[in-house]
Design a protein around this ligand. Sequence first.
Ligand code: 13P
Length: 251
Amino acid sequence: MRKKIVAGNWKMNTTLQEGVALAEGLKAALEGKQVNCDVVVCTPFISVASVVKAVEGSVIGVGAEDCSAHTSGAYTGEVAANMVASTGAKYVILGHSERRQYHGENNEILVEKLNQALANGLTPIFCVGEVKEERENGTFKAVIEGQMEAMYTLSAEDFAKCVVAYEPVWAIGTGLTATSEQAQEVHAFIRASIAAKYNAEVADNTSILYGGSCKGSNAPELFAQPDIDGGLIGGAALKVDTFMPIIEAWK
Ligand code: 13P
């Protein structure tokens, strides 16, 4: 059975102190509650180690928002996957549309990043998704399939260690959510593509998260779709009060 996951992506928000306070608040809110999904927070590099400590003894898993394509060395400003793993973090978001758009991340780079993450025991949360124009001109499935090619360089064994996140770029931070039908259609498409590339078992066991203006009000309907296994949450992950209802959408 594949995992249900609600993961936060804090993006470039929160100072160290704010991040630790947010993590502590989330830990307190979850204490004693029955939680029906895996809960993950992916934080800016500067906060990862402190957030790992802050959530110790809770169900919360911690991740980074990116890692370097390189192992180590003269790459000023970069953070290697083994450095992320050395904090106790277990996850890393890769291929977020903001990285693709502002940092030129393409399949070639993302294959390296996937390999770095996996070699260091991190679970990649690999993001795919089309821009508005590709949704409108009907090329979105081909675009998503093209992005999945980076993951398809992995062995079935390594692929099985990854989580996929479908994030339509036109829905990120815009308040425009894909309808549950639109999201389900793409999730089913991705799962069928994984089955064709590997096999039905790998496809069935892959968690595919939805991201893009997901919040407490729309999470129950999205998560009720058969191929939506949770969410990757931006804005609503920055406050305990808005993140908790999304976690609680898994009844
Ligand atoms: P929002 O939830 O703010 O739309 O962001 C989604 C996202 O990009 C998560 O990675």
